[in-house]
Ligand binder design. Structure first.
Ligand code: V47
Length: 389
């Protein structure tokens, strides 16, 4: 994996910046000098309400890295099963095998659903599902191989580290062997899900039984060693403390220093509806303020991550659009048929067209760049599209 060229924002003028929270001044100086932020800096940023100063700094970094370029893609989500043995308190998607609403797609059904998005010239299938107790490992290999045969130009971004860890546990194959077999069947990269919050004391409450930080990071490290890129996420807006969130970001930054295999970080706003965790925390969805702060802090702390994604499905198209001036350079994709957040009460639409996404980006004064999963620009004419390699 190649290194990352972020060099700081020395050329920018600090006097442009108004800092109302004076505790942020030393952090601003560090950002403007291109210095790495510390654990203490992360805590101070999360505790501060000076959103405009934090956003200003994040926006400077974002513009230094990407100018006005704002990435999106045309993708389709495929969730082959919602049957899951894990019972995570944060989740409204998983079902026990006999529970109402439990489903598992036959392979032909998965191929048919994948094909429904084809008319929009999809460049990516984003495939994640539950931890099914009975589906054989071969089902997942055949799913990838069958999709690749039918849609050879579509990138398969599939299976969170949690799923990979589970298949390894079930088959007694190593994580490396699982990833090698998937790669051979057409796997292109890993999505960033399942990271939640790495702190064990939080994990025990929100997603007991899920793999811990060590295994999550090991799956991604192994993927990177095999030449696969991946994404990373963090679930915020539940019981995490500023220190838990900062620790999470720093663990990701450390792995990225080693491998440079992460492409994008996606802060995920917790949606409480229909979840056990929602009943415990007794507060509503995250606010726009918190969403923007999480995007901006991620941009500042993750100085070795190329991209920060404002996932419109979670934070609404409105907040995601504003986030394009608070550190985000990516707004995800057209996302046909999202289930995980909609089961947890998300009221956002399940699909945005290319035209709608482009309008949001233009309105924010940014330049839309349609990308494939590996951030290569996609050029379209009326009837065809090509990926610039
Ligand atoms: O890991 C589950 C989260 C994640 C809830 O890599 C919830 O490009 C909020 O990781 N409220 C899966 N979040 C989705 C994911 C993702 C999404 C978009 C793009 C990419 C990418 C990855 O969804 C899970 C979990 O953290 N989640 N339930 C909930 N109630």
């Amino acid at each position: 994996m190649t290194g990352w060229p972020y060099q700081g924002v020395n050329s920018l003028l600090p006097q442009d910046l108004r800092v109302e929270d004076e505790r942020l001044r030393p952090i601003a100086d560090k950002v403007l000098a291109g210095e790495r932020l510390s654990f203490e800096d992360g805590g101070a940023l999360y505790r501060s309400s000076d959103l405009l100063a934090i956003g200003y700094l994040a926006n400077r970094v974002r513009e230094q890295l990407h100018g006005n370029r704002t990435y999106f893609n045309v993708n389709r989500h495929i969730n082959p099963t919602n049957v899951c043995v894990a019972s995570c308190k944060l989740c409204a998607f998983g079902r026990k095998p006999d529970a109402p609403g439990a489903y598992t797609m036959a392979l032909d059904e998965a191929y048919r659903i994948a094909g429904q998005g084809w008319t929009e010239a999809v460049t990516e299938f984003h495939i994640v599902g539950g931890l099914h107790p009975d589906l054989p490992f071969q089902y997942y290999v055949d799913l990838l191989r069958g999709l690749k045969e039918r849609f050879p130009s579509v990138h398969l971004k599939a299976f969170t580290a949690v799923e990979i860890g589970y298949y390894s546990h079930m088959t007694r194959l190593s994580i490396r062997e699982i990833l090698e077999r998937f790669k051979d069947a057409g796997l292109g990269s890993l999505p960033g899900g399942g990271a939640e919050i790495f702190a064990p004391k939080v994990r025990r409450i929100i997603c007991d039984h899920k793999i811990g930080a060590h295994t999550w990071l090991k799956v991604h490290r192994t993927a990177h060693e095999l030449g696969l890129h991946s994404n990373a996420t963090m679930l915020y807006g539940h019981i995490e403390s500023p220190e838990d969130a900062t620790d999470h970001l720093l663990q990701l930054r450390k792995l990225q220093d080693e491998t440079h295999g992460f492409q994008t970080f996606i802060p995920l706003a917790f949606h409480p509806a229909n979840t056990e965790l929602g009943k415990m925390i007794k507060h509503d969805e995250t606010s726009g303020f918190m969403d923007l702060k999480n995007v901006a802090i991620a941009r500042l702390v993750l100085d070795n991550f190329p991209h920060i994604k404002a996932y419109w499905i979670m934070m609404t198209p409105r907040v995601a659009q504003v986030a394009l001036r608070f550190g985000a350079d990516d707004i995800d994709g057209t996302v046909v048929e999202e289930k995980i957040y909609h089961d947890a009460g998300a009221t956002t639409p399940q699909v945005m067209t290319r035209q709608e996404i482009i309008r949001l980006i233009h309105e924010a004064g940014r330049e839309p760049v349609e990308r494939d999963t590996l951030y290569r620009p996609v050029t379209r004419t009326e009837t065809t599209f090509t990926v610039q390699v």
